[in-house]
Write a protein that binds this ligand. Sequence first.
Ligand SMILES: Cc1cc2nc3c(=O)[nH]c(=O)nc-3n(C[C@H](O)[C@H](O)[C@H](O)COP(=O)(O)O)c2cc1C
Length: 158
Amino acid sequence: MNKVALIAIYGSPRENGNSDMLLNEFLKGAEASSHAPHTVERIFARKFNITACRGCHACGVTGTCIVSDDMAGLYKKLEQADCMVVSSPIFFYGVPSQLKAIIDRTQAFWAGKYRVENPDPSTGRVPRGCPAGATRHRGPAAYGDFSGSVCKQGAEGF
Ligand SMILES: Cc1cc2nc3c(=O)[nH]c(=O)nc-3n(C[C@H](O)[C@H](O)[C@H](O)COP(=O)(O)O)c2cc1C
């Protein structure tokens, strides 16, 4: 098996909290395994200055985000990674805003792939959609279903 470059995203604003601990343990196991990643890049969402997606859809034209902040460096790291692991606490049935900003800003990858690089072969036009409600696709919205994830419920013990 080829060695992979792993990117590990710590999603909590709280340093050394529960989800940091979970991800540290996961990485310990991964690094000790026979399939140990070639490189592990640890990304702490709380240390980045990444603003919310503006929903301007400029990335739908160029495939790149026009907002200038720390996400520029993170786009490069994400592109270079072979696989990714994300740890996060649940904040009001979602993820903390620092991590959510990163997730939303990866819309530029989606736009680059499906809007810019893949025009409709029959018309040559890039697909245009009208999102219904909050989601674009049928099925559970991204991050709406955590089943299959490594979840530690009741981590607080109350
Ligand atoms: C703003 C906020 C919202 C939260 N919302 C939820 C929630 O909806 N469901 C839940 O089970 N826990 C919720 N929690 C509890 C955290 O998910 C829990 O304390 C978690 O273990 C914190 O992880 P951390 O130590 O990695 O930051 C919330 C905590 C905070 C601070």
